[in-house]
Design a protein around this ligand. Structure first.
Ligand code: ATP
Ligand code: MG
Length: 145
């Protein structure tokens, strides 16, 4: 297995719009300081931000774990929440159950999960109704040429 260079965990709270985006900002700082390729960092931040926002909008709380190895940036977001009834539908561009209030804040375009998938080299989502959802996204460090 590739050697683990760094591991960080972040707690995200549901409905906490005041702090929304803070975790993604911290991860941006961390990865930028490591002098990783900017386009890889950019992809990781999109994934972190969209996953963080989905916790804020739909779940109670989550732990985001960032692991950097010699080979990849791995992000895992495990939430306690309602779960997702139809994953295929949730992954469809434009599908959203966001409330009017969320849409007024500029969210709810149904683009978060599709963007996470698009920006990941490996993507996995596991959900249990009434329990929660776990999203895993990996970016290969040599994947942008
Ligand atoms: N962690 C989650 N727990 C429960 N449901 C979720 C979760 N993440 C996404 N969903 C469901 O999947 C739908 C699609 O999510 P997606 O992130 O693609 O779009 P969105 O959050 O509605 O809008 P946007 O991300 O563009 O602001 C959501 O509207 C919601 O119904
Ligand atoms: Mg979203």
């Amino acid at each position: 297995m590739a050697q683990e260079l760094l591991r960080e965990s972040y707690e995200i709270l549901g409905d906490d719009f005041d702090k929304a985006g803070e975790t993604a900002t911290e991860i941006k700082q961390l990865l930028t300081d490591l002098a990783l390729d900017a386009s890889l960092v950019h992809r990781a931040i999109i994934i972190a931000f969209e996953a963080e926002m989905n916790v804020v909008m739909y779940a109670s709380k989550a732990t985001l774990t960032l692991v950097l190895t010699e080979d990849e940036i791995a992000l895992r977001i495990e939430d306690s929440g309602p779960g997702i009834e139809d994953i295929e539908l949730a992954l469809t561009e434009g599908y959203s159950t966001a409330t009017d209030e969320m849409r007024k804040k500029g969210f709810g375009f149904g683009m978060g999960l599709p963007n996470i998938k698009k920006n990941a080299d490996e993507f996995d989502i596991v959900t249990a109704m009434g329990k929660g959802t776990s999203v895993s996204a990996k970016i290969g460090l040599n994947s942008d040429g």
